[in-house]
Design a protein around this ligand. Structure first.
Ligand SMILES: Nc1ncnc2c1ncn2[C@@H]1O[C@H](COP(=O)(O)OP(=O)(O)OP(=O)(O)O)[C@@H](O)[C@H]1O
Length: 365
């Protein structure tokens, strides 16, 4: 888990990852602009940590997840798992590594076969990988049921007899059957009732500590991210715009997009459950027609001419914190919007006023 100097080592490293979807056209089919779903994404996930990937719908989170698990091929870039470059490994060569990389899906209803009983569902990965005899598989299923808070009598039921929360527990147990190191959780609680979400999030945290799991955790819900993550990576139109330790990101977001996401968090009324969806003000462009320069510039209250032509790169702002914004050092210190003023546009206005003041005082803009 740690190197000789006591530093945590990356379990997963992704460098310049690209995946474009699209058609080159044909005899009767016009060529379409490729969808640049993931466009030059680099990050590392350290052993035992949770890196959360957040961003609005269509920003490329699920495609990134599928790429790192080699469920789909990349157009460019490298993926290293536990120090081994797996980018071009054949499916056969990947097989032993697959056990160590598992996924928990958003929809426990769709990801489990309704024709199978829970025991069969959980045994299946062991059988596919030729692991254990019948007695050993039975014991492993019982062990996993206990770990996820279900009991042995659940094993002989069909998953359609279960609630959403119980089904997700089965989905988690299935992902853990083969003793994985990395678990990619793709919106693991967003299909569940709010009242159940916290239980499943706590279960995932508990399992991480017990089994020393590493999570790549995809979520819309910033409240869940705040609870789960060690570090947070923010995606916008196929690119990372900010990556930082959780406390640094929530305390001092450096990208205007991250600030808009945080400011767009609706404050619940007393007694009302909170739903902190990542949704900033303004329209997201399509990844098939991403704007030139900074992709966020059409929605950014700080955009200047440079932002319209020059793509910003991720650069360090403080320890472990990186942001891709030409104006990251000009933003006012972050201060979350007061509940009454919680809207993206109010925050944007406040930031814009600060930028204007700063520009006037420095004469730089
Ligand atoms: N197989 C595909 N063919 C064509 N376009 C695709 C394909 N898969 C994803 N895309 C497109 O790639 C972009 C990124 O999609 P992706 O599902 O990765 O985003 P996301 O951030 O996970 O969104 P959501 O939160 O809605 O799942 C979207 O514009 C999507 O329509």
């Amino acid at each position: 888990m740690f190197d000789a100097d006591g530093r945590s080592k990356p379990l997963l490293e992704v460098e310049g990852l690209v995946r474009h979807f699209g058609s080159a056209g044909g005899l009767f089919k016009p060529a379409r602009a490729p969808v640049r779903a993931v466009d030059g994404v680099s990050f590392a996930v350290m052993r035992g940590e949770t890196l959360a990937l957040v961003g609005e719908s269509g920003s490329g989170k699920s495609t990134t997840a599928r790429l790192v698990l080699r469920l789909i091929d990349s157009s460019a870039g490298r993926i290293r798992f536990d120090g081994q470059d797996i980018t071009d490994l054949s499916q056969r060569a990947l097989r032993p590594l697959r056990q160590r990389m598992q996924m928990v899906f958003q929809d426990p209803f769709a990801s489990l076969d309704p024709r199978l009983k829970v025991r069969q569902t959980l045994e299946e990965p062991l059988i596919v990988h030729g692991m254990g005899n019948a007695a050993e598989r039975r014991a492993r299923v019982d062990e996993l049921l206990g770990l996820v808070g279900l009991s042995q009598h659940h094993a002989d039921r069909y998953t359609h007899e279960f609630s959403g929360g119980q089904r997700q527990r089965v989905g988690i147990a299935r992902a853990l059957m083969l003793h994985p190191d990395l678990v990619v959780c793709d919106e693991p609680v967003s299909a569940l009732d709010v009242s159940i979400q916290a239980q499943v999030v706590n279960l995932l945290k508990d399992l991480q500590a017990r089994l020393r799991l590493t999570y790549l955790f995809i979520a819309h819900d910033l409240a869940v991210v705040k609870h789960m993550a060690d570090r947070v990576a923010v995606m916008y139109l196929g690119q990372l715009v900010e990556i930082a330790p959780k406390h640094s990101l929530f305390a001092n977001p450096r990208h205007p997009y991250t600030r808009m996401l945080l400011d767009a968090i609706p404050r619940p009324q007393p007694g009302e459950p909170s739903r902190h969806q990542a949704q900033a003000a303004g329209e997201v462009a399509s990844p098939a027609s991403a704007p030139a320069g900074c992709r966020f510039h059409p929605r950014c209250p700080f955009a200047i001419d440079r932002c319209r032509v020059e793509e910003p790169v991720l650069e360090p702002t403080e320890a472990g914190h990186m942001a891709a914004c030409h104006r990251k050092n000009e933003l006012a210190p972050w201060e979350a919007a007061a509940p009454a003023a919680a809207s993206g546009s109010v925050a944007a206005l406040r930031l814009a006023l600060y930028a204007k003041r700063k520009a006037a005082s420095t004469g730089t803009v």
